[in-house]
Write a protein that binds this ligand. Structure first.
Ligand code: LLP
Length: 428
């Protein structure tokens, strides 16, 4: 008998006869074919996540710009480009990626506190839709570059609304002490200055208050502050064509209960309507909530190692593949690929990688029935894992497979040692 049971919170990951599948693909088969560590993504999860935003915005003039920093692999970008998405980028490299994936440049917005003149030129030449500028100095430099290039740069100014998103301090961005955005009380003067510059065209306002936000209240608070500013700015005669509320919506890592994108936007749109801004063009920049739970990282148990204080389960994925636990003490669920079995007995392990750092851990105090050669899946690995992966300890970056129903496509092969050595040479 074939029984399928979805993992709670992971509608496209299921056990079929006990074996873990992403959509129609058994993960042990993919692990045999491509080796481990291996990232596997569900295309349908991404499309469903996007559809939740689209439902939320039905009947509105809205654009979803996928923040590609969450996962910038070309095969992933193509899924969103084909679905008509715009993109939020933060570097010239990311611009090259979205163009290579077939993005419409008009639907590209360029965020980030430190754009170089070269990146500004590259984005102007590509004809991107909007620069989200973050400082007075950047406004002046962008104006200069646009004039030199004989172009006009459309801009939105990022406001720091000083709202606490109640998330990890490293991923809070909308507080007074953060490097992001311009202070609320400087906004009107800065907009007036920007509007006077010949190389710039003011088109919008934006904010982004943080990431992995699991509660609607910080969004509602930021929205009111941004709208107060829009009113004040427009009173001075500067028109704002669009309002961009950034990204930040969280996902379920371990029983987290963020609002669904459509439910969140129903709430926010009610406030926008009440204040008379419901028909304004709206932009959002979600990253994690479009890809986070689409992905798993499959890893093999190399050794189990009993210790005096702790037992260690040493796997072949490490902090260079999955940096979030080391960087943010983040929690990712870890589950076996194979059906539950009686032996060996469950032992509480710290699941760690081969990298030479005590910070190289993937999960702490996990009860697992494992032995060498077993395969495990680290869940919620679609966002900020591959995109933040490194070559630390001269480890090649893992391959990625995109699954669509029964079809699996290798969208990135495993990085070889030759790939790594290619850009280096010995001194004369
Ligand atoms: N827009 C801007 C201007 C951003 O800075 C970010 C994320 C986003 C959009 C997308 O945010 P999301 O929807 O993904 O929350 N590496 C960290 C997350 C860093 C987020 C940085 N900015 C992590 O692994 O948790």
């Amino acid at each position: 008998m074939n029984t399928a049971a979805h993992l709670p919170g992971h509608p496209h990951i299921a056990r079929k006869d006990g074996v873990l599948h992403v959509e129609g693909q058994p993960l042990p088969v993919l692990a045999r074919q491509y080796g481990t560590p291996l990232f596997v993504y569900s295309r349908q999860w991404m499309l469903d996540a996007l559809a939740a935003y689209q439902r939320g915005f039905e009947g509105r003039d809205a654009m979803v710009c996928y923040a590609i920093k969450a996962n910038s692999s070309l095969g992933v970008l193509r899924v969103f480009a084909e679905a008509g998405c715009g993109f939020d980028i933060v570097s010239g490299g990311e611009l090259a990626r979205v163009l290579a994936a077939g993005a419409d440049p008009v639907k590209v917005i360029f965020s980030g506190v430190g754009k170089t003149r070269g990146e500004m030129r590259q984005a102007l030449a590509a004809g991107i839709g909007c620069f989200n500028v973050e400082s007075e100095a950047e406004i002046d430099v962008l104006n200069e570059v646009a004039l030199e290039e004989g172009r006009v740069a459309s801009i939105s100014v990022r406001i720091n609304p000083n709202v606490d998103p109640k998330t990890h301090p490293y991923i809070s961005t909308g507080l007074k002490g953060n490097k992001f955005g311009i202070a609320h009380d400087r906004a009107v003067a800065i907009y007036q200055h920007a509007a006077s510059l010949k190389g710039l065209k003011v088109v919008g306002i934006d904010c982004h208050i943080g990431s992995q936000i699991t509660d609607a209240s910080p969004y509602l608070e930021a929205l009111e502050r941004v709208l107060d500013l829009v009113e004040a700015i427009e009173k001075t005669g500067v028109a704002l064509h669009h309002l961009d509320f950034g990204g930040g919506l969280g996902i379920d890592y371990n029983g987290d209960t963020p609002p669904a994108a459509d439910a969140l936007w129903h709430q926010l749109l009610a406030r926008l309507d009440a204040r008379g801004f419901g028909q304004r063009r709206l932009i959002v920049e979600p990253g994690r909530s479009l890809v986070g739970n689409a992905g798993v990282c499959v890893t093999e148990v190399l050794f189990t190692k009993p210790g005096e204080d702790k037992n260690f389960c040493i796997v072949d994925a490490a902090m260079n593949d999955l940096p979030r636990p080391a960087m943010y003490q983040a929690f990712h669920q870890i589950v076996p690929l194979a059906p539950e079995r009686a032996e060996p007995p469950a032992v509480t392990y710290d699941v760690v990688g081969p990298v030479c750092e005590s910070g190289d851990w993937i999960g702490r105090d996990r009860a697992l029935k494992v032995q060498s050669g077993d395969l495990l899946a680290v869940l919620s690995a679609g966002a900020y894992c591959m995109a933040m992966a490194s070559n630390y300890n001269t480890r090649g970056r893992a391959p990625e497979v995109l699954v669509s129903g029964e079809r699996a496509t290798l969208i990135r092969r495993r990085e070889t040692i030759d790939d790594q050595l290619l850009s280096e040479r010995l001194a004369d």
